[in-house]
Design a protein around this ligand. Structure first.
Ligand code: PLP
Length: 415
């Protein structure tokens, strides 16, 4: 089998042949623990994955587009939505839609804000959102699709959103602002409380991107750690994006968009009735979607409950502290603190891309940050089992880079 310009084969093959070929092509690096650390898989502990898997497999072929037509599926989805609402402090008026990922959830927040503004600010024809520079690229991508201007404001010296600069940047076309809880590049929460005040003062929509941390932060807080406020307890927050398929440990693709009030959810939907096949309305932008991910979400949320998520949150924070301590003890590295579960470190007087390359050669996948140059690891619970091995490898790789023995340098770009 050639990997170049592979064409549809004339005849099929048996699974045993295909599996062997897949293993050959992937080098089998995904088997076992090596290569898992930091790779944004966020699988959670093995028992949780077993549940996610079982529920997913049971409904592998079902199409979530029919959740409005198939009562059993609709009921399950409603229960997942209700459980999600209960996590973010909206009270009984809150509402939720499930989406196929953080990109779609952020898109949904901005789309609803635009529809809301068409009613509230009918004179604005070129709507604009103001966001911190550290906010996820999906904001600008969504603005591109929605015909909305997205203005990124440099972060403050502490790398969090500069709320006064954001306030000063508001124009007569501004319909909303956004912040992250936390942002991806730094694992830091923007001052959502300050953004909430701005949103209240100026009657703007405030969307919070809690994609990565949304299903972790509330439980880290309940486990006794300090976590900044970011949810609907803050009166200006209108929508929150939070990924079940990240720290919710649910099978991909599964995310949620939460609405402060049901009345805001109406701006989300796009009902269409002028079609030969009849009326058409979906839960989000995506049409066909795996119902299996919804069943998997239901099963994992029920399996863990608040107690389970708190237990995992605590273990993640302990693993992070262990990694931070180990990194601080390595000559040439400088750990960077943040609010949640990320381990970030800078390199002193050496090319950090070479550390990434050296670790890559040992099958560790590491994310980078360009401003400032850092390596970033979103800690996954399974990593408590590989901390020692990781730190040993890191120490050896840093020494090798210092000795000039590593010549390759990996780019710090996300994709
Ligand atoms: C992952 C992430 C997203 C995008 O989510 P996808 O599920 O990759 O579409 C948005 N914002 C933040 C902060 C993220 O970490």
């Amino acid at each position: 089998m050639s990997t170049e310009c592979l064409q549809l084969p004339l005849e099929g093959s048996d699974w045993s042949i295909l599996e062997a070929e897949i293993d050959r092509l992937t080098g089998n690096v995904f088997d076992g623990f090596r290569g898992r650390l930091g790779s944004q898989c966020l699988r959670g502990p093995d028992d949780v994955q077993e549940i996610a898997h079982r529920a997913y497999d049971k409904f592998f072929h079902e199409n979530g587009i029919l959740s409005g037509r198939i009562p059993e599926l609709g009921r399950i989805e409603k229960q997942v939505q209700d459980m999600c609402v209960s996590i973010f402090g909206a009270g009984p008026e809150g509402a939720c839609n499930l989406t196929c990922g953080g990109s779609e959830s952020n898109f949904s927040g901005l789309h609803a804000a635009r529809e809301w503004a068409r009613e509230v600010y009918p004179d604005i024809s070129e709507p604009e959102f103001i966001i911190p520079r550290s906010a996820h690229p999906t904001f600008t991508k969504s603005g591109h699709y929605l015909g909305m201007k997205i203005t990124r404001i440099p972060v403050a010296n502490n790398y969090r959103a500069d709320s006064s600069a954001m306030r000063n940047a508001i124009t007569e076309n501004t319909i909303g602002i956004a912040g992250s809880a936390p942002c991806w590049p730094y694992g830091l929460f923007d001052p959502i409380d300050e953004l909430s005040e701005i949103a209240k003062d100026r009657n703007l929509w405030l969307h919070v991107d809690a994609c990565v941390g949304g299903y972790l932060a509330p439980f880290v807080k309940k486990a006794g750690y300090d976590v900044p406020d970011f949810d609907f307890k803050l009166p200006g927050v209108q929508s929150i994006a939070a990924d079940l398929h990240k720290y919710g440990f649910v099978a991909k693709p599964c995310s949620s968009i939460l609405w402060r009030h049901r009345d805001l959810q109406k701006y989300h939907y796009f009902p269409f009735d002028d079609w030969p096949a009849g009326s058409y309305m979906t839960e989000g932008f995506t049409g066909s979607r795996p119902a299996a991910a919804i069943y998997s979400a239901w099963a994992v949320l029920q399996y863990l409950g608040e107690e389970g998520y708190c237990r995992i949150a605590k273990s993640i924070m302990e693993t992070k502290a262990e990694l931070d301590r180990g990194i601080a003890a390595i000559d040439g590295l400088k750990p960077w603190d943040n609010d949640l579960s990320f381990v970030c470190f800078e390199a002193v007087d050496i090319d950090i891309g070479k550390i990434s390359a050296g670790m890559g050669a040992r099958n560790w996948f590491l994310f980078g940050v360009r401003e400032p140059q850092m390596i970033l690891i979103p800690v996954d619970p399974v990593e408590s089992m590989v901390v020692d091995k990781f730190l040993d490898d890191l120490k050896e790789v840093v020494a090798a880079v210092q000795a000039g023995e590593v010549t390759d340098s990996t780019s710090l770009d996300y994709t």
